[in-house]
Structures are given as C-alpha cells and as structure tokens.
Design a protein around this ligand. Structure first.
Ligand code: BGC
Length: 507
C-alpha cells in the first residue's frame, strides 16, 4: 500500500508500511513490554509469602497477625526499595542513554538495554539475599532507562509520518500488555511453592532475549545514521524501510533537520531558553501529574491494596488481572480518540472521571475500613469496580499522553534532550510514589485517596489553562500554530527567535 503523506504544513513523502518496518516496530516495542512487566511484577511478588519470608521476614510476621493494623502491614522501607530502586536507576540511565542514542545510535542503545535486562533478571530471579535482589532491580532499571529512551525515538523515526501518532501509543500499549502479563504470571506462580516468585521475576528474561536477538535484526534509523554523518548508509536505510524508490525528498528533509540540529551545540542549555519554556514546563509537569494521579499506587501495589481491603491472596491477585485487562482495553480507546477528540478533551474528561472514582474509594474506605477488620463484601466489590473505572480513565488519557505530548512538542534541536528530561522526571516521580505509597497508606490511611484527588483537581485546572491542543498540528509548526497564539505561552515567544524559524522555513 503506497501512501503519500501530505497535509497543509508538512511536505509530502511517499512511503509504504513495509513488512520490514512492521517487524522492526514489533521488536522494538518489546522494550515497552519489559518495562510494563517490571511495573506489574513487583506488587504481586511483594504479596507472596515465600518471598516475604525469605527477604522481608518482619513484614511477613506482621502480615500473619490478623489484628495488625490493616493500612500498615506492608509498610517497610526495604520492601518499597525493592520496587522503587528500579526507577532510581532508570532516572540516571536515561541521561546516559540519551548520549549513547546520539553518539552510537538507537540500535546499540536497545542492545545495551537488553543486556542490562538479562543481568537484572538473572540477579533478581536467582537472588539469595536482599543486596543481590536490589542490585538486580538496579540493573533492570538501567535497562528501562536505556529502553525507554531509545524505543520511542526509534519508533517515531522509523514510522511513516502518517502513522507516527498511533505508533507512538503502541509503546504505551505494550507497557499495559506487559503489566497484564505480569499480573497473570503472579496469579499462577503464587501457588508454586516455595519458588514461584523466582519464576515470576525470571519471566522478564523471555522478552529480554527477544529484544537482544531482535535488535541484531533491526535497522538503525536513517535519522540516526545521517546525524552521525553516515549519509550514504542513511539513504540506503531509508530506501529499505520506505519500500519506494523515490526517497530523495524525505532524505533531504532529514539532512536539513540534522543540519539545523547540529548547529545547536548544547541542547540542554537551549532547553533553558525562554522559547523552550512551554514544551519544557508542560513536559515536566505532565510527568509529575501522571504519577500523582495515583496510578502506580494501583499498578505496583494492586494485590497488596486489594488484600488491605480484605480480599484473600488469590482474589487480590485475580483483581489485579482484571484491572490489568481494563488498562489494556482502554488504551485502545485512547489510540482511537487521540487524533479525533484531541488531547485536551481526553485530559479534561479523565480528570473529572478519575476524581469521582478516587473520592468514592476514599469515602468507602474512610467509612467502612477500620484499622483492623476488613471491608464487607459489597463495599470491597464497589472498591474494585471503581478502581477499574479509574484505571480506564487513566489509560486513555494521562497514561499515553504523558509520553505523546513531550515527544511531539519540542522542536528537533531539543527533541531528544527534552524527551530525556521528561523520561527521567517520569522515573523520578514514579520512584517517589513507589518508595512512599505504602508508608503514606499507613500514615494517611484512606486520606491517601483524598490526597490524590487534590492533585487531580490541580492537574485538571492546569490542563484547562495551560495545555493547548496539538492534534493535527505538524510537528515543526508548534511555535507558530500553538505557542504564539496561546494566551499565556505567547509571552515566551520572543521576536528575536523568529529569525531562526524564518530561516528554517525558507531553507
Ligand atoms: C506510566 C506508568 C504506569 C503505566 C500504567 C505509563 O504511562 O508511565 O508509570 O504504570 O502507564 O499503564
């Protein structure tokens, strides 16, 4: 199928969706799958008795005592460190990965990711003490940092332009599928004694091997080759992935974009200039908001949370499988709507939607879940239902848009650096939630849900006033079409920066 890409602002390039591109996309997207698997696996493993007995005997003792405080039975800094250490490592790694991405290419960065993943899987699945376990999580984190930097960039550079938005969300879709697979694996391995948790942690090895061998098959992106002055190879690569003979226009446009980008010696410095402020501030705040919706309190600790409200181990793990499935399905709704209703509608709709869910959950827990005892069946069921409805709202909005908006609002010269900052902010706030949630649950009890509700109000207002619509706007036209007309952001669009833009347009 040959498609000519054209819209009012972007030049038309001929491209086919080739089988080769499809295979490359699938292999790269495995990176998202591993990230999701790591997000989903830790909560289930933390709720497994064999695992707790071995590494966190104090938590296990506390959990055994039925009269122990409901909200505090899992509160343990080391248990939280088991989950959170991964994100701390990923935060640091994403900056190193941004450098390897530009100096060595997207493909080797993905290969590094898979090697880190394999080491991490070996150490965590084979752990004989806490130190080994945590070091293993750090390696997995390096993998996530490298993978999450290289994969979305790779996907958008290799995709034919008209499929870029959809392909970008494929990354988030794979993340949600990874979380779901992890929840299912947790459900089954919980009954395998005493080493079910080793199988659960070792499971990440399968996609890591696929990524390692797969990344030997895939191509380096034309942009990355041309960026490193390998113009002939870049042209060849472009011809191979586009499946058409006439790739000259697209080739020239990549060369031109690389020229402009190479004039910016220090993209991080450029990020601090007024002209970069709108995408920079929005990109960072989106990560804070995405995490302070409270989503990962659920993704990491759903089984623990469901046990807290009174489900048995099995039912709690099964409920996590249900929320995981809803997360995957609702992401498809996001893929369908994002270019139809636009980004703002989804952000605003879901803010109201998630707020209502958090308030209902908070009120039920405040009224009915005492420090000891459990919720009644009907109330526990209502909690699970509203957790599902809440996850649905997140999955079609703040989840994918947290990644999509920063990838489409920076100009090329700061795109990779800006995206690296966004990835590491995401990892930082994910770390904060992972490290603090169980203690917050213990200290604030049901109040934690009102805490997240407060944040949802703030982010809804921010989206309303400060996040402009970017649906259908050509990626290099944001300054003219989005920031300049915006009531607030226009103040950072100084006339002296136009000069550069005009040159770019006329070139
Ligand atoms: C977030 C993750 C989250 C996942 C849930 C992603 O967009 O970055 O932190 O666990 O969505 O599906």
């Amino acid at each position: 199928m040959a498609v000519v890409v054209s819209n009012a602002n972007a030049p038309a390039f001929e491209a086919k969706m080739t089988v080769y591109v499809f295979i490359c996309v699938m292999i790269a997207a495995v990176g998202g799958l591993i990230f999701g698997y790591d997000i989903g696996i830790s909560g289930g493993v933390s709720a497994m008795d064999d695992f707790l007995k071995e590494f966190f005997p104090a938590v296990w003792e506390r959990k055994k005592h039925v009269h122990e405080n409901n909200y505090c039975k899992y509160d343990n800094q080391f248990l939280q460190l088991f989950t959170s250490s991964l994100y701390l490592a990923a935060l640091v790694a994403s900056f190193v990965a941004s450098a390897t991405c530009s100096k060595l290419g997207r493909r080797p960065t993905m290969q590094f990711a898979s090697i880190f993943f394999l080491i991490g899987v070996g150490l965590t699945a084979g752990a004989v003490n806490l130190v080994m376990l945590i070091i293993g999580r750090l390696f997995l984190g390096f993998g996530v940092g490298f993978g999450n930097q290289a994969v979305p960039l790779f996907l958008s550079e290799i995709a034919p332009a008209q499929l870029r938005g959809g392909l970008n969300i494929v990354f988030q879709l794979m993340v949600t599928i990874g979380i779901l697979i992890a929840n299912i694996v947790n459900y089954f391995t919980a009954t395998v004694h005493p080493y079910g948790w080793r199988i659960a942690l070792g499971g990440a090895g399968i996609p890591a091997v696929i990524l390692l061998f797969g990344s030997l098959l895939i191509i380096e992106t034309p942009t990355s080759l041309i960026e490193r002055n390998k113009n002939e190879e870049g042209k060849e690569a472009l011809r191979k992935i586009r499946g058409v003979d006439d790739i000259n226009d697209e080739y020239e446009s990549i060369v031109h974009a690389c020229d402009i980008a190479s004039q910016v010696k220090d993209p991080y410095r450029k990020l601090l200039k007024p002209a970069s402020r709108p995408p920079f501030i929005i990109g960072m705040l989106l990560q804070l908001f995405q995490q302070f919706t409270g989503i990962n309190a659920i993704m990491f600790y759903a089984p623990v949370l469901f046990q807290t409200v009174g489900f048995g181990s099995d039912a709690a793990l099964l409920s996590a499988v249900i929320t995981g499935s809803i997360n995957v399905l609702a992401t498809f709704v996001g893929i369908y709507l994002v270019d139809r209703t636009g980004r703002r509608f989804l952000l605003l709709q879901s803010s109201v939607h998630m707020l209502i869910c958090q308030l209902i959950i908070g009120i039920i827990l405040a009224k009915d879940l005492g420090v000891t005892g459990t919720l009644g069946r009907p109330q526990a069921l209502v909690v699970v239902i509203f957790v599902c409805v809440y996850v649905m709202g997140f999955a079609w909005s703040w989840g994918p848009l947290g990644w999509l908006i920063p990838s489409e609002t920076f100009p090329l010269e700061t795109r990779s650096a800006g995206f690296a900052v966004a990835v590491s902010c995401n990892m930082f706030f994910t770390f904060v939630i992972a490290q603090a949630f169980l203690s917050m649950l213990c200290g604030m009890r049901s109040g934690i849900f009102f805490f997240f509700s407060g944040w949802i109000i703030v982010m809804g207002l921010f989206a309303f006033f400060f996040i402009p619509e970017t649906k259908g706007i050509a990626i290099d036209d944001m300054r003219e079409s989005v920031w300049k007309p915006h009531w607030f952001w226009k103040r950072y669009m100084l006339p002296e920066d136009d000069h550069h833009d005009i040159e770019k347009r006329n070139a």
